[in-house]
Design a binder for this molecule. Structure first.
Ligand code: UDP
Length: 314
C-alpha cells in the first residue's frame, strides 16, 4: 500500500492527478483542499472508493495526514485568482510549503513541489532552462505568486540540506484541459468560453506575447514520473511543459476557427509584468524522466472545446 497525499487535490491539475493515481490499486489517495479555487465535483468519480478520501482544509495551517508520497499542488494558479487576495496567495505559497515539508519530514515522505514557470518572471533567456535564475519583479502584482513560489523552492532545498527531506521540484508551464473552471480566467479557458458564447475574445496587449501550452494528461504523466523516478538524488528543479510555442493572438484565431465562432477580438490593456515570452526547454525532463508531451495543441484543444461545449449546454 502506498499512501499518497495531494494538496490542492480538488483543483484542476490536482483532480486530474488524483484520477491518474487511483488507477494504481496500491495507491490510497487523500486529497486536501480548502475549495477556494478547487471544487469537490472535480473529485466526484473518486469519492465512492474506499481508497480515496477528501479532507477540507487549508495548507496555511499545519495538517497531519500520514503519507509516503506528497504532491504539493495547493495554491491558486490563475493570475486572476491569485491576485484576488495577494497576501493570502503569498501565505499559501510560503506557509503551505513549510507545513507540507514538515509533514514530509515527519513521515519521511517524498514530496513533489508544484513550482511554476513564473519563477522565471519575464524571461530574458529563451527558451527557459532550469539554470536560468529568472527576471522577477519583487514588488509587482504577480510577485505574491512568483516570489511565493520562489521562496517555496528555497524552502525545499533548505529542508533537504538541513533535515534530509526527500524533495523534488517541478516547474509547471501553462497547462490546460477539461475541468478548468469556466471563470478560471486563464487564456485557454477564457477564449474557448468566449468563443462558444459568441462574446468578444479579450486579447491583452497586442497579443504578440507567447506561451506554450501543455495538455493536462501529459502533465499528470510528468508529475508521476518525477515522484516515481528511481534516481533519489535527482531533486530538480525540472521544467514540465509543452515546447510548442504560440502567440496569444494566434491562439485566439485557432480557437475561433475550431469552435466555428463569429466572436470578434477586442484588445485590452496588457496587465503589469505580463511575460512577453515563455517556452520551456525540456531536455532535462527528457533525459532524467524519459518524459515529453504526446498531445499536440490542436488535439488538446479539440478535447477541451468538447468539454466546454458539454458544460455550457443549457
Ligand atoms: N490573456 C489574454 N486574454 C485573456 C486572458 C489572458 O490575452 O482573457 C493573456 C495574458 O495576458 C497572458 C497570456 O494570455 O499574456 C496567458 O495568460 P494566463 O492568465 O493564461 O497565464 P500566465 O501565463 O500569464 O500565467
Amino acid at each position: 500500500m502506498n499512501r499518497v497525499l495531494v494538496t490542492g487535490g480538488a483543483g484542476f491539475l490536482g483532480s486530474h492527478l488524483c484520477a491518474e493515481l487511483m488507477k494504481n490499486p496500491e495507491n490510497h489517495v487523500t486529497a486536501l483542499d480548502n475549495l477556494s479555487t478547487g471544487k469537490k465535483e472535480n473529485l466526484a468519480p473518486l469519492l465512492g472508493s474506499s481508497r480515496f478520501r477528501f479532507i477540507e482544509g487549508d495548507v496555511r495551517r499545519p495538517f497531519d495526514v500520514p503519507a509516503d508520497q506528497i504532491y504539493h499542488a495547493a495554491a491558486p494558479a490563475s493570475p486572476k485568482a491569485y491576485q484576488l487576495s495577494p497576501t493570502a496567495t503569498m501565505q499559501t505559497c510560503v506557509m503551505g510549503m513549510v507545513n507540507a515539508l514538515e509533514l514530509a519530514k515527519k513521515y519521511n515522505a517524498k514530496i513533489v513541489q508544484f513550482s511554476t514557470s513564473e519563477v522565471y518572471g519575464n524571461p530574458l533567456v529563451h527558451p527557459q532552462k532550469e539554470e536560468y535564475f529568472g527576471n522577477v519583479n519583487p514588488i509587482g502584482i504577480r510577485s505574491c505568486y512568483d516570489e511565493g513560489k520562489r521562496c517555496a523552492e528555497s524552502l525545499c532545498f533548505d529542508y533537504h540540506r538541513e533535515f534530509g527531506v526527500r524533495v523534488k521540484i517541478v516547474r509547471i508551464f501553462n497547462t490546460y484541459g477539461p475541468r478548468m473552471d469556466v471563470a478560471d480566467g486563464r487564456v485557454v479557458s477564457n477564449f474557448i468560453v468566449q468563443a462558444l458564447r459568441g462574446e468578444p475574445i479579450t486579447i491583452h496587449g497586442d497579443g504578440s506575447q507567447t506561451r506554450s501550452f501543455c495538455y493536462v494528461d501529459d502533465m499528470a504523466q510528468g508529475l508521476l514520473r518525477m515522484m516515481n523516478g528511481t534516481d533519489e538524488d535527482f531533486h530538480g528543479p525540472v521544467n514540465l511543459g509543452n515546447p510548442e510555442e504560440i502567440q496569444v493572438k494566434a491562439l485566439a484565431r485557432k480557437i475561433l476557427e475550431m469552435t466555428d465562432s463569429s466572436s470578434r477580438m477586442v484588445y485590452l490593456p496588457l496587465p503589469g509584468d505580463d511575460p512577453v515570452q515563455r517556452r520551456p526547454d525540456i531536455s532535462l525532463a527528457m533525459e532524467k524522466l524519459g518524459w515529453k508531451p504526446e498531445i499536440s495543441l490542436d488535439a488538446g484543444l479539440e478535447k477541451t472545446i468538447a468539454y466546454f461545449r458539454g458544460m455550457m449546454k443549457p
